[in-house]
Write a protein that binds this ligand. Sequence first.
Ligand code: GLA
Length: 393
Amino acid sequence: MSTTTTISLQGMVYEKYAALYGATPLLVWSPGRVNLIGEHTDYNRGLVLPAAIDKHIIVAIGKRADSAIQLYALDQGESFQANLGALGRSPLLWPDYIMGVVQQLQRQDHHLGGFNLVFGGDIPQGAGLSSSAALECATAFALNELFHLGLSRLDIALSAQKAENEFVGVKCGLMDQFASVFGQEQRLIKLDCADFSYEYIPFNNPDLCIVLFDTQVKHSLASSAYNERREQCERGVALIQRHHPHVKSLRDATIRQLDEHVKPADATVYNRCHYVVSEIKRLQDGCDDLKKDDFATFGKRMFETHDGLQHLYEVSCHELDILVDLVRNNDAVLGARMMGGGFGGCTINLVKVDQVQRVVDTVTAAYHEKTGRDTQAYIAHISAGTDVILNED
Ligand code: GLA
């Protein structure tokens, strides 16, 4: 389902493509995501609980007769040219997400031709809502349609993730890309990152809604710290493995093993691993809460996740902590925590529908008072995943 904004955005992307290339494009959309619980667990072969939201990247694409790649970013008003035989990185950054996908598809021996692509979107950038994953997924989905590559949705999500890992250089897990491609209306996705099995969990309590508060900051250490956390988790696994060779990831590890083999060796690595092992358990318990409609207990677990991310995993920041602290004792907010990679972006809040405006007003005023910054509040509606929205072929 599309919102009015998305429909007008579609029109703008379409019109720009038609004006630049004098042809009718194939149009694809790919959404951003939220994650209810299960943070920094995906690359540890754990579980995550994301959902696609009603904010999108829209890609317009069409074939060319030569091997050139012509790109245009509507929001930035910037263009970029490359060639199938020369996929250089760009100082503009956004072309890398598209080039990374092209490189992945080429590495998988898919035959692509030259293409023109225009994109635009309404996913706030740098807010931790995965606008870059949405661009990667929209590109992979669109190329799959255009050149009849025969990729499954899982192939598309995995190719998009690899583009981010290998071309962009962020060693992210699969959560963002999977949520973008597999999203469904009013359903969360319980994804098992060990084997990519998944289950949809209904999320349609009419009394509650998901509110995101954007810190409006993105601290620069985000991607280096992300990769460092990943290495620390791997170090923890290696310490356990010497004694328990069957432990291949933190998914297989227990708190007891961490106490015995990691704690004496490295206190920081211990804290990181302790958070991850606890968070995987917390997600499983949280899914049981949701199945019983026990949103109050689920909300408490969200606060616990934040505490772990703040004190043990250390990926939060002052602004995120303030936004969570501001709602901790508010009866209208069942749960809140920082969301995504960390060091900025949004908090996710489970809020009583009839009190949303009051919560937004209170938090907005208090955040400004404490930080001198403005927060931006978004209500996230859980929506459908990547799809073709126009194909006149
Ligand atoms: C980023 C990454 C995801 C995931 C989250 C943290 O969004 O892209 O793969 O690791 O951080 O849960």
